[in-house]
Design a protein around this ligand. Structure first.
Ligand SMILES: Cc1cc2nc3c(=O)[nH]c(=O)nc-3n(C[C@H](O)[C@H](O)[C@H](O)COP(=O)(O)O)c2cc1C
Length: 173
């Protein structure tokens, strides 16, 4: 089982979550069974290698959806590391691979009644772009714009990764 995790993270929270998911996937797969690769969108391939069995795509929720150049600029003024591009731009650039299982995830602040999720928007954009099996996965919560990740969320991300590994090994992802 080879898994590629493509993620965007400006304050580091989505990166922490993505790392926990990667650890969970590694723990959940059979020993010696493939590779789990975690890459930032800036370094992500635009052609998915043939041996990838599952693609995960995750990023922070900005302005009710995926980040845009303007929201990334806003994040930078709030102290985030500048980013060249985000998940939105990567999805537009990547060559679609119909039939590949793809699951999205995001981070967002835990504010009641605040709608919108990058995971949902990314799944929709991926399907529209030709990844016909893209589905929305989990949202993970952060305490505020710069973070930190809420208590218990890294453990939940780890458990979700392990669950995804077992889905793939049973051929249901
Ligand atoms: C410009 C901007 C817009 C945001 N808009 C939303 C939003 O609509 N909904 C939400 O829940 N969080 C929003 N947030 C908070 C982000 O989701 C939070 O900063 C992110 O999860 C942190 O992830 P990162 O550390 O990986 O960048 C916004 C943050 C920024 C900087």
């Amino acid at each position: 089982m080879n898994v590629l995790i493509v993620h965007e993270s400006m304050f580091g929270n989505t990166h922490e979550i993505a790392s926990a998911i990667a650890d969970g996937l590694r723990q959940g797969r059979s020993p010696g069974d493939g590779d789990v690769r975690l890459v930032h969108v800036d370094d992500a391939p635009t052609v998915i290698p043939d041996d990838v069995d599952l693609l995960l795509v995750g990023g922070p929720t900005h302005a009710l959806g995926m980040s845009r150049p303007k929201t990334r600029e806003d994040a930078t003024t709030k102290g985030a590391t500048p980013a060249r591009e985000g998940v939105r731009e990567w999805i537009q650039a990547v060559t679609p691979r119909p039939g590949l299982p793809v699951v999205t995830f995001d981070t967002r602040v835990h504010v009641k009644m605040l709608p919108g999720s990058a995971a949902s928007a990314a799944a929709k954009a991926l399907r529209h772009h030709g990844f016909d099996r893209a589905e929305r996965g989990e949202t993970f919560w952060v305490e505020g714009t710069p973070g930190p990740v809420e208590a218990g969320e890294l453990e939940r991300a780890h458990a979700w990764g392990a669950e995804l590994a077992s889905r793939v090994s049973h051929g249901v992802a």
